[in-house]
Design a protein around this ligand. Structure first.
Ligand code: SF4
Length: 332
């Protein structure tokens, strides 16, 4: 269970029920008030080597930006929701956007306002929209602190239209299993080769727990998807990912295998990741490989096209063999 080392909070959170609850829950944790969760001067001064220590802090604020971003994958819109950042430390995390300034967990207490906007948008639309509520954080993890995912599902289930979806790398799904979600939630669990999880995805749930979580969510009636993400082209990537696919085939329940869908995403990386990881994980794996990667602007890298093509062929062939009846929504 995450216990913050220090809490930074905007004074206005005291006006919200969840804000009061969190301040009470952590009444024995040292606290500082801040002007804005977006700009904490003290954090800006920190060295990259303090990255992991910063992840032990909790920031509590009020979300001011509520602009939806269109999306054309599982969801129709990416919704800025109740949290941003995470307490785990995956070495490639795309939320590590600006050195170490926005990777720590931030909780936003104005959840009623965010949910109301989503419900109104769902009901006004002539289509059955799906909202991605977990693109800025991991809501299964956040739920262990705020209970927000349970609260959201319970308050969204009676809308006349619309669905929610979120991805997760955590297995603490017990609180979701008895909810009457009315088929309005698509839970997507992200998996990777066991070695990659152990060596790169620090602080997340291990592969075994994630596979068990998929089976439990399906048993509880949720629609489920699996992300194989991010695919990292380590030396023996073909063996590692074949082992993963075979393990999924073996350990997923028959119910899951009947209709689970897959999303497969190749890793992207950046100069910022390299700098943080060199200092925060001096003995960790180096995920940047200049032979295999190429720049895609603004200090970002992705794998060269020939390798992405080879990866795509590998996954299409093996998924067809081990999951012949399941859809791969995309490979990118
Ligand atoms: S679990 Fe997700 S949000 Fe958290 S560090 Fe890993 S990739 Fe980032």
């Amino acid at each position: 269970m995450f216990k913050p080392h220090e809490i930074y909070y905007e004074k206005s959170v005291e006006d919200y029920e969840l804000g009061k609850e969190l301040l009470e829950k952590y009444k024995d944790v040292p606290k500082k008030t801040i002007e804005s969760h977006n700009n904490i001067e003290e954090m800006r001064q920190k060295e990259n080597k303090e990255f992991l220590k910063m992840k032990t802090n909790l920031i509590i604020g009020v979300r001011k930006t509520h602009k939806y971003q269109e999306n054309h994958k599982v969801s129709d819109y990416l919704v800025p929701y109740t949290s941003s950042g995470c307490t785990a430390s995956c070495m490639y995390c795309y939320l590590v956007c600006n050195y170490n300034k926005c990777a720590y967990l931030r909780l936003f207490v104005n959840r009623e306002q965010m949910l109301e906007k989503m419900i109104k948008t769902a009901e006004k639309s002539d289509r059955n929209l799906t909202f991605e509520i977990g693109s800025n954080s991991d809501l299964v993890l956040e739920n262990t602190i705020t209970n927000n995912l349970v609260w959201t599902i319970e308050n969204f289930k009676n809308t006349s239209k619309g669905k929610l979806t979120f991805p997760t790398k955590f297995d603490m799904v017990e609180p979701l299993l008895d909810l009457d979600h009315k088929g309005k939630v698509i839970a997507r669990v992200s998996v990777n080769s066991e070695d990659i999880i152990n060596n790169v995805e620090f602080g997340t749930s291990r592969l075994k727990g994630r596979i068990e979580a998929i089976n439990k969510l399906k048993e509880a009636g949720y629609e489920v998807g699996i992300l194989i993400a991010p695919v990292i082209f380590v030396n023996d990537w073909k063996e590692k990912y074949l082992e993963l696919i075979k393990r999924l085939q073996h350990e997923l329940s028959e119910k899951v295998k009947r209709d689970v869908f897959f999303e497969i995403i190749f890793m992207t990386y950046s100069y910022v990741h390299t700098k943080i990881n060199e200092e925060a994980f001096p003995t960790g794996d180096n995920l940047y490989n200049k032979e295999l990667m190429t720049g895609r602007g603004r200090g970002k890298y992705w794998y060269k096209e020939n390798l992405r093509k080879e990866g795509e062929i590998f996954f299409r062939e093996n998924m067809k063999k081990y999951f012949p009846n399941n859809e791969i929504l995309y490979i990118v």
